[in-house]
Design a protein around this ligand. Structure first.
Ligand SMILES: Nc1ncnc2c1ncn2[C@@H]1O[C@H](COP(=O)(O)OP(=O)(O)O)[C@@H](O)[C@H]1O
Ligand SMILES: [Mg+2]
Length: 235
């Protein structure tokens, strides 16, 4: 079992004119490659801040984040951008699709700087749209797709760079229970079949059940790290 991500005592203080907020307080944990991690906790407990710090979009005030032996807190902005481009896919609650771009154009966005030709970019994007079952919707605009389909386009975009990690911030927050299950099952599938490590923030106890590892935050402090073995068929 390989450790992919190690977090040692990270603290994040947001400083503003009116004062400061301790969003994370000495949080520590280690994630094994291929884990499906659910991150739960009340609103304002630091879940989004944790994902942003892990992806290098914000820097922790103190502590270290080690991805495959590389210290992200010591990396330059350029190295962090490179780390994200090569290793990270994002899935957000509001799908964050560009409204005036078609499904395939949205999926192609991260390939912009890849050095691939337009034909290669199209072929790759079509293949990934096929993977999420939307090959026949590639020329549709987001408004012409259901919420579940829009989230699948967002997942295809997150997968396009073949990431090692997917960070999902309330990916089912805007979906009804049926579509939520569809998206969660799909995340589980790519987690299992492609061994992509998933870190998913969620409010929903049913969604959190998908994690084999659970992190619960309360006021910026981690109060549980719970790991369960993947359920086996024979009891
Ligand atoms: N950019 C920011 N500037 C100042 N305070 C922030 C900022 N982002 C988040 N916070 C504060 O940090 C705390 C944790 O926020 P957040 O990580 O968004 O929590 P969650 O995702 O669990 O709802 C909250 O008190 C929030 O108001
Ligand atoms: Mg949040």
């Amino acid at each position: 079992m390989t450790t992919i991500l190690t977090v040692n005592n990270i603290t994040k203080v947001y400083t503003m004119r009116e004062g400061s907020v301790n969003a994370l307080n000495e949080v520590s944990f280690a994630i094994t490659k291929g884990d499906f991690v659910s991150i739960t906790g009340p609103s304002g407990s630091g879940k989004t801040t944790l994902l942003l710090a892990l992806s290098g979009l914000i820097r922790p005030t103190a502590g270290s984040i080690i991805f495959e032996e590389k210290h992200l807190e010591k990396a330059s902005d350029k190295e962090l951008a490179e780390f994200r481009k090569n290793n990270v896919g994002f899935v957000m609650q509001n799908f964050s699709l560009i409204p005036y771009m078609t499904a395939i154009q949205n999926v192609m966005i991260p390939l912009g700087l890849s050095g691939k030709t337009m034909i290669e970019q199209r072929e790759l994007s079509e293949a990934v749209l096929g993977l999420v079952g939307l090959e026949d919707r590639k020329n549709h605009f987001p408004r012409e797709l259901s919420a579940g389909q829009q989230q699948r386009v967002a997942i295809a975009r997150a997968l396009i760079n073949n990431p090692t990690l997917i960070f999902a911030d309330e990916p089912t927050g805007n979906l009804d229970p049926l579509l939520s299950t569809e998206i969660l099952e799909f995340l589980k599938k790519i987690n299992k079949e492609r061994n992509i490590t998933i870190m998913m923030v969620t409010h929903s106890p049913q969604a959190a059940e998908y994690g084999n590892t659970r992190i619960h935050l309360r006021n910026g402090t981690m109060d549980t790290l719970h790991s369960k073995e993947t359920k086996t068929l024979t009891e």
